[in-house]
Design a protein around this ligand. Structure first.
Ligand SMILES: C[S@@+](CC[C@H](N)C(=O)[O-])C[C@H]1O[C@@H](n2cnc3c(N)ncnc32)[C@H](O)[C@@H]1O
Length: 258
């Protein structure tokens, strides 16, 4: 899958490419990431790409010429299907796992456009951008971290990148449920043990416990995830059993947080 990133800070995106799953996807050649710096399309002798907003007001805006030059080059250099041009913006649709799953399954090329300063001249968005996406209701100083989030979330879904593909399928949100709690060695640490069910080798019981914990955590923290897939009969029984018994959540951190 080809991803191009239009950014004033390609070195930031390159740093992400050197680590973890993104690095693994690049090494396995299932992903390519290429940066396009709008300064290379600036006609200013100091390679400026920003100017003051018409109408006054604080800050600087990205000018259309250099940004669109970089987008056009990225689009022209991608092979095959025309890429989807995505601007990272706090005003965009909220990114979620459905969007990322769709992109990684279709493997269609993407051009991710990162803003800086006060953002984009509107004509960039109107003339070149197919869709805007946001990381959430917070404002970053640039789109690069959002682009790196997209690249990371896609990389781990590409074939052969995560060692055990089952772990992706069981992650939070995959089946509209949050993940269950996990434990590893040592079995006792700072006076805290591990639920006995996990050490008894009964795989059916372990699977039941994990499914129960997943639905309890979802009910407590993210009941909105039930909107599309409401609790199954087994899940309803687990919720009733635990809530009637007063055991709402397995992990102490959940109880503290909630
Ligand atoms: C300081 S922000 C500009 C914010 C803009 N003036 C506004 O209020 O909508 C600079 C750039 O950071 C990126 N950015 C900021 N917050 C973001 C978010 N929540 N999701 C994705 N990108 C974001 C965008 O690319 C944006 O153009």
């Amino acid at each position: 899958m080809q991803i191009s990133v239009v950014t004033l800070f390609p070195e930031l995106v390159e740093a992400g490419n050197r680590c973890g799953m993104v690095r693994s996807a690049l090494e396995k050649d299932v992903l390519s990431v290429r940066g396009y710096n709008p300064r290379d399309w600036s006609e200013d002798r100091n390679r400026r790409v920003d100017d003051r907003p018409f109408g006054g007001g604080p800050g600087m805006l990205l000018q259309p010429g250099p940004i669109c030059g970089a987008i056009d080059a990225a689009v022209a250099e991608q092979s095959g299907e025309r890429p989807l041009v995505v601007a990272l913006s706090p005003q965009g649709r909220r990114l979620d796992r459905h969007v990322v799953a769709d992109w990684s399954e279709r493997r269609a090329p993407l051009v991710l456009v990162c803003g800086r300063y006060e953002g984009f001249d509107q004509r960039i968005l109107d003339s070149r951008v197919d869709v805007e996406y946001s990381l959430g209701d917070l404002v970053l100083s640039g789109g690069e971290l959002a682009a790196m989030v997209v690249i990371d979330a896609i990389a781990r879904r590409l074939p052969g990148v995560v060692g055990d593909a089952q772990s992706v399928v069981e992650d939070s949100f995959e089946a509209d449920r949050l993940d269950h709690p996990h434990y590893t060695r040592p079995p006792a640490w700072e006076g805290r043990g591990v639920p006995t069910v996990l050490s008894n080798g009964d795989h059916r019981r372990i699977a039941e416990w994990r499914a129960e914990q997943a639905v309890l955590t979802t009910a407590r923290r993210r009941p909105d995830l039930f909107t599309e897939h409401g609790p199954t009969a087994d899940e309803r029984a687990a919720l009733e059993r635990h809530w009637l018994g007063g055991e709402q959540d397995a992990s102490a951190s959940n109880r503290k947080r909630d």
